[in-house]
Each structure stands twice: as C-alpha cells, then as structure tokens.
Design a binder for this molecule. Structure first.
Ligand code: DGL
Length: 278
C-alpha cells in the first residue's frame, strides 16, 4: 500500500513554521503543504469566512489522499477545528490544543498570556481550551496584528519589532503572567525579540513544536506512522492559491531553506451545508 502523506494548510507562509517542526520530528513522512496566499490574512477576517476557507483547504488536501490534516493556522484552528473534525474522516489536528496543553503543564502560577491575531484572540479558543484543562487558571490575551507583517518583512529582530513587542506585552506583564503562548504561525520568528522584552521567569510556548509532537503521537496511536525500512527522507510538495513568487521568497526565510517547486492551484467550492454544524 502506498505511503500516505500528511496534509498541512495555512493562510500563507506562516504555517511553514509548523511544517518545519513536523519535518524535524517526523523526517521520514511525506508532506503536502497548502498556503492560501490569494486570501491571506485570515487573522482579520470573520469566523464564517475563515471557516469556508478552511473547509476548502481541507477538501483540497483530502483529494491528495492525506492520512491526517494539520491546521497550521491558529486563526483557522480557533474557528474551524470542530467542523473539520466532523466532516472529514481522518484525524484533524489544530495548533490550539497542543499549545494550551503545554502552557497548562509548565505554568506554575496559573497566570497565562496568549498572543495571536485578532481572529484568534476574539474567538476565545485558547481561553476556553486552557480553562477546560485546568481549573482556576487565568488567561490574559493580546492581539498583535503588526507581528505578521513584521515577520514577513524580515524585521522580526528589528528595533521596530522590539518596540511593538513592548507595547503589546505590557498589559500582559502587568498581569504577572509566567507563561506566554505564541498563538500565531509567525511568532516563532520573533522569539529572540520577545525574549528581550519578557522577564527571564516568563516561559514561551511555541505551538508549532507542540503540534508536531501531537502529530507524531496521533500517527502512532492510529498505527499510521511511516514504517518504511531503511529510513527514508520524506518528500514535501507545496501548493499556493496565488502566484508563487512572494511565497517562495518569504517562505524560504520561514522554512530555513530554499523553496523550489511551488504550484499554483484553485481550491474546490464547498456546499453551504458544510458550514453548518449539525
Ligand atoms: N496564519 C495566521 C495565524 O496563525 C497568521 C496570518 C494570517 O492572519 O493569516 O493565525
């Protein structure tokens, strides 16, 4: 039987941080990545719109015979995970639960900060998940909309990014958080800058890494881990919904290696019925 792939999707380049983490933890798995570059950003759009986009992305990946869908985008994970799980007959992994679990595990004071896009913060998804996992936890959130363009501009370590981080994090620090969840695909690139602004005792949770660990344990649980012997290096195919030029340029910095073959595709339409949760 042919080895089936893991499908990963995001609004654009950001999900490459999740893809990179999956490749690090599961180097022999084949991956297919979809960046919805024609419609990025998702973080400023309504939950209904993001849900429609996410359903289309998942349909596209399923047509590639994937064995699992990874919703690398925090915004899409926060509004679409339940419906995606309902509609697709394969495991669907989002980035919210793995990040929330790790935050709850490492926080000693139970005062947890979460940063993300407007969409992620307004959805309340991290707040809900963290509160479900542990009683009495207090979650403080901040939307940091400038971080996405700063990371894509290659200014993650620029003084402008440090000033923005200072402004965004100040209210969270006033609430004495001891843990900060990086609830957006782009934020791992800003880790060094955030570290300069955060007191040493505040730990950062990178949901990309936690998601990769979850993907590995779920594949193991479902007995669908790549078992080929001798060990192989998995392949990776890249698809985008707009011309690939910018994705190739910016994405190479996100992935830490040159992106070569990237194909432009059109996503399938979905029936409006899929938008309703029965
Ligand atoms: N990928 C998005 C997220 O993680 C950030 C970029 C966007 O707004 O589309 O929320």
């Amino acid at each position: 039987m042919p080895q089936r792939t893991i499908g990963v999707f995001d609004s654009g380049v950001g999900g490459l941080t999740v893809l990179q983490a999956i490749r690090k933890h599961l180097p022999d798995e084949d991956l297919v990545y979809l960046g919805d570059t024609a419609r990025v950003p998702y973080g400023t759009k309504s939950p209904e719109t993001v849900l429609r986009y996410a359903l289309q992305a998942a349909e596209f990946l399923c047509a590639h015979q994937v064995k699992m869908i990874v919703v690398a985008c925090n915004t899409a994970s926060s509004v679409a995970l339940q419906i995606l799980t309902h509609h697709f007959n394969i495991p669907v992994v989002g980035v919210i639960v793995p990040g929330a679990q790790e935050a709850v595990r490492i926080s000693t004071s139970g005062r947890i900060g979460v940063i993300g896009t407007e969409g992620t913060v307004n959805s309340g998804a991290y707040q809900r998940e963290i509160s479900t996992l542990r009683d009495g936890v207090q979650v403080f959130t901040a939307a940091c909309p400038l971080f996405v363009p700063l990371a894509e501009e290659g200014w993650a370590n620029h003084e402008i990014a440090r000033l923005a981080a200072h402004e965004y994090l100040l209210p969270l620090l006033r609430n004495n958080i001891d843990t900060l969840v990086l609830g957006c695909t782009h934020y791992p690139l800003l880790k060094d800058t955030l570290r300069q602004v955060l007191p040493a005792q505040v730990n950062m949770v990178d949901s990309a890494t936690q998601t990769a660990i979850t993907v590995r344990s779920l594949l193991r649980h479902h007995h669908t881990l790549c078992q080929e012997k001798p060990k192989r290096v998995g392949s990776c195919r890249f698809y985008v919904t707009d011309v690939p030029t910018r994705f190739v340029r910016v994405g190479s910095a996100f992935l830490g290696e040159e992106l070569k073959e990237v194909e432009r595709v059109t996503l399938p339409a979905i029936s409006p019925d899929m938008m309703r949760f029965p």
